[in-house]
Design a protein around this ligand. Structure first.
Ligand SMILES: Cc1ncc(COP(=O)(O)O)c(C=O)c1O
Length: 389
């Protein structure tokens, strides 16, 4: 068995299906499942509420934070542990000191949960919203110029995804943020990293984002329910916690709150399902067996290129991208087939893909765990669909 096949064999979800939904949710490997179960049991045996159990939990939380920090290239204290991408985005969006008429810019490819949060900021605080047309830059045009053109004198925050969830386009974030700040030095950037964490090799200390919100349950293949938010220490004093609890505060000898934790932990709230953290740590420990982050990204690109090239040979299939993919997300349409029906049809044949509402298309994800023969089988299944019409 090759090294990759041996890693793949540890994922029960991959045994009997062809899985192309990593951007929706990654499968959990056995070591993560075991870690979660073992931790729940251990905490029942030693606690659940005892000095020993609580010490163990706090060490385990620190280890998970350190593993995330190692993977993303920034110090552990810059990370808030959350339960999802969306809750990380909410911390940033509600945490700024907004004034009526301040401007919030989003791309036109953001996730509905993030758009809805921005709309609530408009309703409750009078924040002005607008979107910039990034979708149109998929195959031509300049995303950097598009964002700069949409900035306004009162723009406080720009919300962008690092990898667009609908088309797979990778935004040139580092360059984009530098260029925007030349015009407006005080603008902050909130990055939705749902589709980039676990895909791109990342160094957040160098990237220059103010907020970078991610989850463990997609490309990292951790359990659902554990994510994180990077907050650049340089802007920490510009963000106030909105939901508050004992995990984010310091207390005095009489147990009274005296202030926030000195770092990004101030945005954490209270009791959570801690055993899930060991599940994420176990998943993170597994991936280096598949190569460095850069090697895994290269493999993702090779595989997505195989799929993109194969789909292009089928007459009647249109990939949204006209140039080779930059990520593991491939979006396409099949002439004569409604996308929803095509996805249902493929699922009956054990191919798992999803529909994207805008632009209306089918999305397939290739992970470094994907096998070339799964891709060949998917291409053949889509060819068979086309021939049916
Ligand atoms: C770009 C993007 N943002 C946010 C989300 C929501 O993620 P979560 O459920 O972790 O908040 C998703 C999920 O698919 C996504 O693709």
């Amino acid at each position: 068995m090759t090294e990759l096949a041996a890693i793949r064999a540890q994922f029960p979800a991959l045994a009997h299906k062809r899985y192309f939904n990593y951007g929706g949710q990654g499968p959990l490997p056995e070591p993560a499942l075991e870690a979660i179960q073992t931790t729940y049991r251990h905490l029942q045996v030693t606690g659940p509420f005892s000095g020993q159990a609580l010490d163990w939990v706090s060490q385990m939380v620190a280890q998970t934070r350190a593993a995330i920090a190692q993977e993303l290239g920034a110090p552990p204290a810059t990370f808030t542990l959350t339960d999802s991408v969306t809750s990380g985005c909410n911390i940033a969006l509600w945490g700024l000191d907004w004034h009526p008429g301040d401007h919030l810019l989003l791309s036109d490819c953001e996730h509905p949960g993030v758009i809805a949060t921005a709309q609530q900021l408009h309703r409750r605080l009078g924040v002005e919203l607008s979107t910039c047309p990034i979708l149109a830059t998929l195959n031509q045009g300049d995303p950097i110029a598009t964002v700069i053109e949409a900035l306004q004198p009162r723009t406080r925050l720009v919300v962008l995804s690092h990898i667009l969830w609908n088309t797979g386009q990778v935004l040139p974030l580092g360059e984009l943020m530098v260029a925007c700040r030349q015009h407006h030095p005080n603008i902050l950037f909130l990055i939705d990293a749902a589709q980039s964490v676990g895909v791109l090799p990342l160094n957040l200390a160098q990237l220059g984002a103010d907020f970078y919100a991610f989850t463990g349950h997609k490309w990292w293949c951790g359990p659902d329910g554990v994510g994180g938010l990077y907050v650049n220490p340089a802007i920490l004093d510009q963000v106030q916690p909105t939901y508050i609890g004992w995990r984010g505060i310091e207390t005095n000898a009489s147990g009274q709150p005296t202030g926030w934790k000195p770092d990004s932990r101030r945005f954490e709230i209270a009791t959570t399902a801690y055993p899930l953290y060991t599940g994420l740590k176990a998943a993170l420990d597994l991936h280096p067996q598949g190569g460095t982050a850069a090697e895994r990204y290269q493999r993702i690109l090779q595989l997505s290129q195989q799929l993109w090239t194969g789909l292009a040979t089928i007459s009647g299939v249109t990939c949204l991208r006209t140039t080779p993919p930059e990520s593991g997300l491939i979006s396409f349409q099949i002439a004569g087939w409604d996308c929803r029906q095509a996805v249902q049809h493929l699922e009956k044949r054990s191919f798992h893909l999803r529909v994207i509402a805008h632009p209306y298309c089918i999305r397939a994800c290739t992970h470094y765990l994907t096998q070339p023969d799964e891709i060949m089988a998917l291409i053949a299944a889509i060819q068979a669909l086309v021939s049916k019409r």
